[in-house]
Design a protein. Structure first.
Length: 657
């Protein structure tokens, strides 16, 4: 399962919730024009690479609290370095890069893409045919253009996120067909080919197509046709692990200092079920570079490494990095770099390829660290450091990559047009989990000198400054990330951020900078009223004050229902927060609990009408300004919670997620 960049896995799934929500924008530093492309600073030799890794990785593990790591480097089909660091588990056994197995998460998708392309070579799969031609169940789709295998492999099928049952601890997730046929995403939210939105389900569906055309279970086919063929003799997609491998898997730690978690069986098997040692991934990297055991014909391997979608459907988003058939564009300083990350709750891995140099790097960790982003920072530092140290950049970087030294005409206006708040396209939109879109929104603002500032930055928890390299395309100042903008009718509607992730402009009613303060104020008002009502009654009883007389039957009914609604609203807010926290931690919530939460929300929302009636009847009945003001505040509190419920799917009849 991945997780890459900005929202790792979402914990493996919706991990954006675990990252701090940065609503403010730090002052933007002036953009620094990039200097000449760096040259490699050290020879790519076993001695130098091993010494560099030995000097970097152990210190990083100590700093982050991550238990263990394994790193392998290959060139021209030969292992340059293979290092194990830290411990594999509670018994203190050291990590062995050849013997210790790791759960590699969404790196699995690369093997699944290879399996698909093998069937393309054999004429059993057409990359651009309607994928429903290969299925044995109906696939509910909302849009007219058909979903194709090309869309599935590039995360552009348009499916929204789904997370229920993603992880089964120490169990069997069941057949791939059951997963894709009985638990599809609640809705297709984007037209195919238009909006990159990372999807585990899409890759699981691709794996089932492989099953259909080969007549074999996916794990069985990929074992002999991909893993065994590449020499990955200690690797498997089988869950739980077969007896011959079960004793070799590392313990996984969701956070530093916590007990090891159980074996995570991933429901979407083709998308994230691979278990492997680091040296097996080195062999796989060699096959993908064309220097190891061939898995694909040379022309198919070249096809796999090219951008798979053009501007025909992606539009301006194609100006940024684009996915190949299974790999992300991770280029640096004019270098061609392809890769794929992968995260589970406790394991974090990344495979990176330098095709022009025939070099591959794989890093894997069996812990998340003290902070949610520790593993991501460690991997990035290692991979970027490796590239800068050992991979020479081109003598000159193409101008279209670096852009002009000074911002062009209209740069400031274009940056201002982008300004606003954005949410990830990799999200649930049609169910109650839409409320997750309040978390981790990105704020775009115009910086000095025509720069653009994203807070938090793509795959970052801190603000990042971007300079325009051509109209509507920005590159990270002093870095590699590229952001492109899609405009419709003169308005920016989306930002392309990384190969399979899109940021969508929020509407005002979904802007977390507005909604979260309103929700907090609403809860404060309702809690105040819930305290004031009984306190007032006790005070009147203590001091013998006669209770105010209701001006009529309608007022009595309305004022009787309003406290019930206020109580339900407060309990619903607390309950939904608990539900979202559980789901974000990949804990399934029983359906009766969800029905109970929704019932509370319906009562609270309906009570908004009662509160409005109470305001009107009270004002007409002459209850006085102070009592009328109190009723107005309660109405505002209920209206605020109703706003969130209506805008973020808390009242939707579909409780799937």
């Amino acid at each position: 399962m991945t997780i890459s960049r900005r929202a790792r896995l979402l914990a493996a799934a919706l991990c954006a919730v675990a990252l701090p929500v940065l609503t403010g924008c730090a002052a933007a530093a002036p953009a620094v024009p990039p200097g000449p492309p760096p040259a490699a600073t050290a020879p790519l030799t076993p001695a130098d690479v091993s010494a560099w890794l030995d000097g970097m990785v152990p210190a990083a593990l100590d700093r982050t609290g991550i238990a263990g790591a394994a790193v392998t480097v290959v060139r021209d089909g030969e292992v340059v370095a293979a290092g194990g660091y830290g411990v594999a588990g509670d018994d203190g056994a050291p990590v062995d890069p050849a013997a210790t197995l790791f759960r590699v998460g969404s790196v699995s998708k690369v093997a699944t893409a290879v399996a698909v392309l093998q069937q393309v070579e054999q004429g059993r799969i057409d990359l651009d045919a309607d994928v429903r031609r290969y299925l044995d169940f109906p696939l509910p789709l909302r849009f007219e253009p058909p979903v194709t295998m090309r869309h599935l492999l590039t995360h552009t099928a348009g499916f929204e996120e789904r997370v229920r049952g993603m992880i089964v601890f120490d169990g069997d997730p069941g057949p791939v067909r059951d997963t894709v046929a009985t638990a599809p995403p609640p809705e297709q939210v984007f037209a195919p080919g238009t909006t990159p939105a990372y999807s585990n389900y899409g890759y699981s569906l691709a794996g089932h197509v492989v099953e259909r055309v080969t007549g074999e279970p996916f794990a069985q086919y990929v074992q002999h046709a991909v893993l065994d063929r590449a020499g990955m003799t200690s690797s498997t997609f089988t869950q739980p692990l077969p007896p011959r491998l079960a004793g070799r898997v590392a313990d996984g730690y969701a956070a530093a200092g916590t007990p090891a978690i159980g074996f995570e069986s991933f429901r979407d098997v083709p998308a994230g079920a691979l278990t492997a040692p680091a040296t097996d991934l080195a062999r796989f990297a060699s096959s993908l570079l064309g220097t190891g055991t061939p898995l694909l014909a040379p022309q198919t391997l070249a096809l796999m490494q090219r951008p798979a979608l053009d501007a025909g459907t992606l539009g301006p988003l194609a100006e940024g990095p684009r996915m190949t058939l299974g790999l992300f564009d991770e280029g640096r300083d004019g270098r061609t770099v392809l890769g794929h990350g992968g995260d589970t709750t406790a394991f974090h891995s990344h495979l990176q390829l330098h095709p022009e140099q025939r070099v591959g790097v794989f890093v894997t960790l069996n812990g998340t660290g003290r902070a949610p982003a520790d593993s991501l920072r460690l991997r990035s530092a290692l991979l970027d450091g490796f590239t800068d140290r050992y991979v020479p950049a081109p003598a000159t970087v193409p101008a279209e990559t670096t852009g002009p030294a000074e911002p062009g005409p209209g740069a400031a206006e274009r940056a201002a047009a982008v300004a606003g708040r954005y949410e990830s396209a990799r999200s649930p939109f049609s169910t109650f989990l839409d409320v997750l879109n309040l978390m981790g929104q990105t704020r775009a603002s115009a910086g000095p000198g025509g720069t653009l500032v994203l807070s938090p930055g793509v795959a970052r928890t801190e603000p990042v400054v971007y300079r325009e390299i051509r109209p509507w395309v920005w590159q990270e100042a002093g870095g590699e990330q590229v952001v492109s903008a899609r405009t419709e009718d003169g308005r920016v509607t989306a930002l392309g951020a990384e190969s399979a992730f899109t940021l969508l402009r929020t509407t005002p009613v979904r802007d977390s900078a507005v909604v979260l303060p309103v929700l907090a104020a609403s809860v404060v008002l309702l809690l105040g009223a819930l305290v004031a009502w009984p306190a007032g009654a006790l005070a009147r009883r203590r001091y013998g004050v006669v209770a105010p007389v209701s001006p009529g039957r309608a007022d009595r009914v309305a004022t009787g229902l309003t406290p019930l609604g206020a109580g339900c609203a407060v309990v619903a807010v607390a309950g939904w927060a608990a539900v979202v926290g559980a789901v974000s931690g990949l804990v399934d919530v029983p359906v009766p609990v969800l029905y109970g939460m929704q019932a509370l929300q319906w009562v609270a929302t309906g009570a908004t009408v009662a509160a409005a009636v109470a305001v009107v009847t009270g004002a007409r009945g002459g209850i006085g300004r102070s009592r009328t003001a109190g009723r107005v505040l309660v109405l505002l509190g209920l209206a605020g919670t109703a706003w969130v419920a209506l805008a973020f799917g808390l009242l939707t009849p579909d409780l799937g997620y």
